[in-house]
Write a protein that binds this ligand. Structure first.
Ligand code: NAP
Length: 320
């Protein structure tokens, strides 16, 4: 009953839930991120404590209410379990559609209509070939992050994030995978998937795929540098949970190369699914949140390491 009402409301007002979510996230992160960067000293502690996390967490007086909605930062690993499973499911549906040349199950089409605010909001912008390529790339990324966060990455025990951040993590991957299906052949009412061929991949798409793979590998290398900082180089056993000064690889150029490569992965996917408006919104959201976190991280490194390399930038080599 309630679901029917929500469906009618979204349809009547032509509200695309996925697009609205990413627009909302971007607006919030830009407003609060800018406030933290520009006028932090005059902001109330509850905003600072809610916004900051990890090594650049707020160190002033703790607000009891905000403490109560915090969870361990290591819970990052939960949303990669979800993201990897969700990505595999989408990949399965895309492959099945292409092989059997049949449309997605009716329940999937109805669900996509629901989140998009009705079937009228869903025209075809992504062919099956591009959807399969994009889905393989996202599954690779979610799979690697699942492996890293659950088996390799070392989270300090006192690291915290608040519940809204935690929920945003799930919604992010939920929306990213949906974006690969919302405007795709075989997932839009009355359409069928087309065949897959490597020959159909354009030169621009090959450039995007190579950029994605390079960024994927470099993000892994950057994450491993962070992991090894906390281990004894000889015994490879955990030695400290402190935040130390990373060096090597792209850390020699920027303070947060893993965030630079996160952005690059989403940007490079524009060459594959760039006709999707949802994907453009996702790129805006990822770029803005990673830039703000990278700026806070850079400031933290400069304040905490007297010998921090002067030429090292926050996110973009030689520029920012
Ligand atoms: N797509 C998106 O919108 C989005 C949003 C947020 C994050 N992400 C991605 O998720 C990944 C993790 O993000 P994050 O914010 O958790 O990154 P982070 O703060 O740099 O932490 C990554 C890991 O490295 C550890 N670490 C960080 N700095 C360290 C240092 N100086 N010395 C030793 N260990 C250190 C952290 O430990 P602690 O946990 O103890 O700090 C954590 O285990 C990144 O690749 C990022 O790009 C993506």
């Amino acid at each position: 009953m309630l679901l029917k009402f929500v469906e009618q409301y979204l349809k009547y007002n032509k509200i695309n839930l996925v697009n609205s979510t990413f627009i909302g996230f971007t607006v919030i992160i830009v407003i609060f991120g800018s406030l933290i960067i520009v006028v932090e000293p005059i902001l109330p502690d509850f905003i600072k404590q809610s916004f900051r996390y990890g090594k650049h967490k707020h160190n002033g007086p703790a607000i009891a209410l905000v403490n109560r909605i915090e969870v361990p930062k290591s819970w990052f690993r939960h949303f990669y379990i979800f993201a990897f499973t969700w990505a595999l499911l989408a990949l399965y549906l895309i492959i099945k559609g292409i092989i059997t040349h049949t449309a997605a199950p009716q329940s999937v089409i109805e669900f996509l209509d629901f989140v998009a605010g009705g079937s009228e909001n869903r025209n075809i912008l992504i062919n099956s070939n591009s959807a399969l390529v994009a889905s393989v790339l996202m599954t690779l990324q979610c799979g690697r992050r699942f492996y890293e966060t659950n088996f390799v990455q070392i989270f300090s025990k006192e690291g915290k994030i608040n519940i809204p951040y935690y929920v945003v993590g799930y919604l992010h991957y939920f929306g990213v995978i949906l974006a690969l299906l919302l405007n795709t052949e075989g997932f839009v009412k009355g359409t069928l998937p087309s065949s897959f061929s490597l020959m159909k991949i354009t030169l621009v798409q090959y450039v995007g795929i190579c950029t994605f793979c390079f960024s994927w590998l470099q993000q892994y290398k950057s994450n491993m540098i962070l992991v090894n900082l906390r281990k004894n180089p000889n015994t490879h056993k955990l030695e400290t949970e402190k935040h130390l000064m990373p060096t090597g690889g792209f850390f020699n150029l920027v303070s947060s190369p893993h965030m630079l490569f996160e952005i690059l992965m989403y940007v490079s996917m524009l060459s594959v699914v760039g006709k999707s408006f949802t994907w453009k919104l996702i790129v805006m959201w990822v770029s803005s949140n990673q830039l703000i976190i990278a700026l806070l991280t850079h400031k933290w490194y400069k304040e905490n390491f007297k010998n921090y390399p002067k030429q090292r930038k926050a996110l973009i080599p030689f520029l920012v």
